[in-house]
Design a protein around this ligand. Structure first.
Ligand SMILES: Nc1nc2c(c(=O)[nH]1)N[C@H]1C(S)=C(S)[C@@H](COP(=O)(O)OP(=O)(O)OC[C@H]3O[C@@H](n4cnc5c(=O)[nH]c(N)nc54)[C@H](O)[C@@H]3O)O[C@H]1N2
Ligand SMILES: Nc1nc2c(c(=O)[nH]1)N[C@H]1C(S)=C(S)[C@@H](COP(=O)(O)OP(=O)(O)OC[C@H]3O[C@@H](n4cnc5c(=O)[nH]c(N)nc54)[C@H](O)[C@@H]3O)O[C@H]1N2
Ligand SMILES: [Mo]
Length: 759
């Protein structure tokens, strides 16, 4: 075991089970609209139903099985609430007043019901007609001295149809400024996998999970963030597959899970062991761990030639000899120091890996939100390639996405660095000159606003002001804009941190019926397994004044550009017409409209899964990066006398990103509070602190910017020495804008160097 002070988390029952059912019921009742929520739930992730807005895990392949989870229930109940934020709400509360509210209170106020305008003079939002709102946007965009002064942010819930229309709007206007939540999320997976395999998406399907001999889960907490994945892992574990968890925290869901849909486990209060093998490396230590595994494999290969898949390597791979040299050059001392596991533990991981014929690696934010995240993703792929675990049944790489359609948004062209093929394709289909220069990603957008280079900020969903780093500077950046526009379902921080003028454009949610002039519409989404399927909401809209996101984007585009190049309103009147555009522009979407009629939708073929490599060498390419010279704490220790700890910022069980459903984190034993910092008992005593003390957390940096948050309660917890953990978004003020991943720009949300002091 690594140097953790405790091994058992505070929650002793299996994850899921009655605890999950109790919590689901509580959230349904609190939504004050239980009937609507239950009606929606029964249609979640079913053919003819709608795609759960909770997460991007693939749908069950068993027909008729109820396919939702506790946190899906929360997401659905949250949207179906009967509370309303209408014009009387904004008459009652000024913007300055609302700025004092916490995130939970803002969102709990309910669904936004009508367009609202802040004119920069009156401290209250006032109602505005849709037509007037679009006019404000059109004029503001027309007045810019360059289209590159506009920013088009997207959060990954947007449907394929609206995402396609939105990127077309931005590009006809003349910019590639499409910062999106991916920039803060799985960007490193996309970039790393594209370099190694020629495609930035996972290579596995749901069927592969039923065939795998071993599944390694890196830096991911599925019990909270992808609970339906636990069902898949449970099935795999029951048939004897080895589940190996690599996580600096002992997450409950990865240890034991009781399936609320299994009468036996529910009645007898039992559960299925998920991971018999659990390793807890230091934050940011995964690349070293993987390098250690590769070292073991190369050593064993000397005696046993079956350890590496030499046929696969010879036929399909490029750069093997260079990789072998990099591995040889990585010495054990550094490997063990960086991951803080023992040599025996790494040998054990290598043994499980080498003795399993078909292996899947899954991963999430624990891998992608570090400075060396691209190198780590590529090291995951390196190790998979060593044993031919790409493009083989039951094996492959599976970055488990966050937002339910974040993968689809990228497919549709929401990308500040679009591929030239995609742009060529647009140019063939339309008559406008497509912008070719790269746009701003999320962090670059904040810099651009701060420097006055970007003046109009439009957000298709999400909560930019709370999800992004360096809160103080990000808020300054937004306030400098001439106009900020939020297309949203619920009130959040981004509505009260405004530009000089601001608009709130309220939209339908995924669970609601979408009626356009041609009739009721369905939308489509793509999950982490590249399955594209239709989604139709069952509920009446929260207000008659709501518009669909697609209709809103069409309205903005029409007011800004007119219909010379694209007939926006016609496309928005019938989404099948948008899908025809997509069919014409994007390979893989031929006959889109007829293919989504088939039950569970269709699979977007992944060339790497067929062992076709779209890399410059036409081969699966080993990366040869060295281990990081130093980790975050080592770099920071060089500039301060104080004790440096490495902070990861993560999700509690009661939140969806910046949406805080409640103040509990059941599986980690935290109730009624969120301002907590999880610490190793030895680190607590070393600094003469006690469990339960309140502390101030300060970022260690040498840029003369003070970043701190205060009043955080210490919770003694099993976490490797030198590492601490706290919840996001409360800790975003600590993340420097400059602290980003190499080669991809993702904020290093999982390794911030901090010091703490008692208050
Ligand atoms: N209910 C719910 N579902 C969600 C979300 C939500 O907020 N709530 N968010 C959605 C989104 S957008 C995303 S991206 C996903 C996020 O899903 P996750 O990636 O599971 O989210 P995090 O809470 O950030 O958890 C990161 C996990 O990685 C571990 N970890 C952190 N750093 C390291 C490291 O350096 N090495 C290793 N090995 N482990 C590490 C943490 O202990 C934690 O278990 O979930 C999606 N689904
Ligand atoms: N410190 C730290 N920061 C992080 C992370 C971290 O781990 N640590 N994780 C990062 C990650 S992985 C991500 S993905 C980002 C998330 O960043 P975002 O995607 O920007 O944030 P969310 O909190 O998911 O957005 C919630 C808001 O979306 C709106 N909304 C909900 N449903 C809909 C809908 O159907 N349509 C529209 N138009 N709006 C809707 C609601 O108004 C709600 O308030 O945060 C990132 N920030
Ligand atoms: Mo995410």
């Amino acid at each position: 075991m690594s140097k953790s002070s405790k091994n058992d988390p505070a929650y002793s029952s299996p994850a899921g089970g009655w605890g999950a059912l109790r919590s689901s019921a509580k959230h349904l009742i609190q939504s004050e609209n239980a009937a609507k929520s239950v009606k929606a739930l029964l249609r979640a992730n079913q053919p003819g139903g709608f795609d759960c807005p909770g997460c991007a895990w693939g749908d069950s392949t068993t027909a008729g099985k109820v396919d939702f989870c506790e946190n899906g229930v929360k997401a659905i109940a949250w949207e179906a609430t009967s509370k309303r934020v209408d014009s009387s709400f904004f008459r009652q509360y000024s913007i300055t007043e609302l700025q004092q509210w916490d995130d939970h209170s803002l969102e709990k106020s309910g669904r936004l019901t009508e367009p609202m305008y802040y004119d920069g003079e009156n401290d209250h939002y006032q109602p505005i007609s849709w037509q007037e709102a679009f006019k404000v946007i059109g004029l503001s965009l027309q007045q810019l001295s360059s289209p590159n002064e506009a920013l088009f942010y997207t959060s990954g819930r947007a449907s394929n149809e609206v995402a396609y229309l939105y990127q077309l709007f931005g590009r006809v206007l003349g910019t590639n400024n499409f910062p999106d939540c991916s920039n803060m999320c799985h960007e490193a997976s996309g970039i790393g996998m594209t370099k190694s395999l020629g495609i930035g998406k996972g290579t596995v399907t749901m069927d592969d999970f039923s065939e795998a001999d071993a599944i390694f889960v890196f830096g991911q907490n599925p019990g909270t963030n992808h609970p339906r994945m636990l069902g898949t892992l449970r099935e795999a574990s029951k048939r004897g597959a080895k589940i190996v968890s690599i996580n600096n925290l002992k997450e409950r869901g990865l240890q034991k899970f009781s399936d609320p849909q299994s009468p036996k486990e529910m009645i007898f209060l039992t559960g299925t062991t998920i991971s018999k093998y659990y390793f807890t490396p230091r934050l940011g230590g995964d690349m070293a761990l993987l390098r250690g595994v590769a070292k073991c494999l190369f050593e064993r290969f000397e005696q046993d030639k079956s350890v590496l898949d030499t046929d696969f390597i010879n036929e399909h791979c490029h750069g093997f000899a260079d990789y072998q040299r990099s591995v040889a050059a990585s010495d054990w001392d550094k490997i063990l120091d960086q991951c803080s596991l023992t040599r025996e533990e790494i040998e054990q991981i290598a043994t499980i890996y080498a003795s399993s014929e078909k292996v899947i690696f899954t991963w999430a934010m624990g891998i992608t939100q570090h400075r060396h995240s691209v190198a780590t993703v590529r090291e995951l792929v390196n190790v998979l390639m060593l044993r031919g675990n790409i493009g083989k049944t039951g094996a492959g790489a599976c970055p488990v996405r966050g937002h339910s359609n974040v993968q689809g948004n990228r497919t549709m062209g929401i990308n500040e660095k679009p591929s030239m093929d995609f742009l060529d394709s647009l140019e063939k289909r339309y008559t406008f000159t497509v912008p070719r220069d790269a746009g701003f990603n999320t962090v670059e957008s904040i810099h651009a606003m701060l420097e006055g280079k970007a003046k109009v900020f439009i957000a298709l969903g999400g909560n930019f002001s709370a999800a992004t780093p360096d809160t103080k500077r990000t808020h300054q950046a937004l306030k400098k804009c001439d106009l900020t526009v939020q297309i949203s379902t619920k009130l959040n921080r981004s509505h009260v941190i405004t530009g000089k003028r601001a608009l709130i454009l309220p939209c339908l949610g995924r669970t609601e019926i979408d009626r356009q002039t041609s009739g009721e519409q369905c939308i489509t989404v793509e999950d982490s397994m590249s399955m594209v399927h239709a989604s139709t909401g069952p509920n009446e809209p929260a207000s008659a004044k709501l518009r669909s996101e697609t209709a809103i984007v069409a309205g903005m585009a029409m007011a800004s550009l007119g219909d010379k190049t694209v007939d926006w309103n016609k496309l928005a009147s019938n989404y099948a017409l948008i899908r025809e555009e997509i069919s014409a522009v994007l390979p893989g979407f031929e006959n889109y409209n007829s293919r989504i009629k088939a039950g569970k939708g269709f699979y977007l073929q992944n060339p790497a899964a067929l062992r076709q490599w779209r890399t410059p060498e036409q081969k699966a390419t080993f990366s040869t990066a060295n281990l990081p010279a130093q980790l975050a704490h080592e770099r920071a220790q060089a500039i301060t006398q104080k004790t440096v700890l490495t902070l990861q910022t993560m999700r509690s069980h009661d939140q969806y990103n910046t949406t805080i459903y409640g103040m509990d984190d059941r599986y980690r034993g935290v109730y009624g509070e969120r301002n907590v910092i999880f610490m190793n008992e030895e680190d607590i005593s070393k600094q003469a602190l006690k469990n339960g003390d309140y502390v101030k957390i300060t970022t260690v940096s040498n840029d003369n910017i003070e970043r701190s948050v205060s009043n955080f309660k210490i919770i003694e917890y099993a976490i490797p020495l030198g590492c601490v953990a706290a919840y996001y978004p409360e800790t975003n003020p600590l993340v420097p804008l400059e602290s980003i991943a190499d080669d991809c720009g993702t904020p290093t949300y999982k390794s911030i160097a901090v010091s703490i002091e008692k208050i």
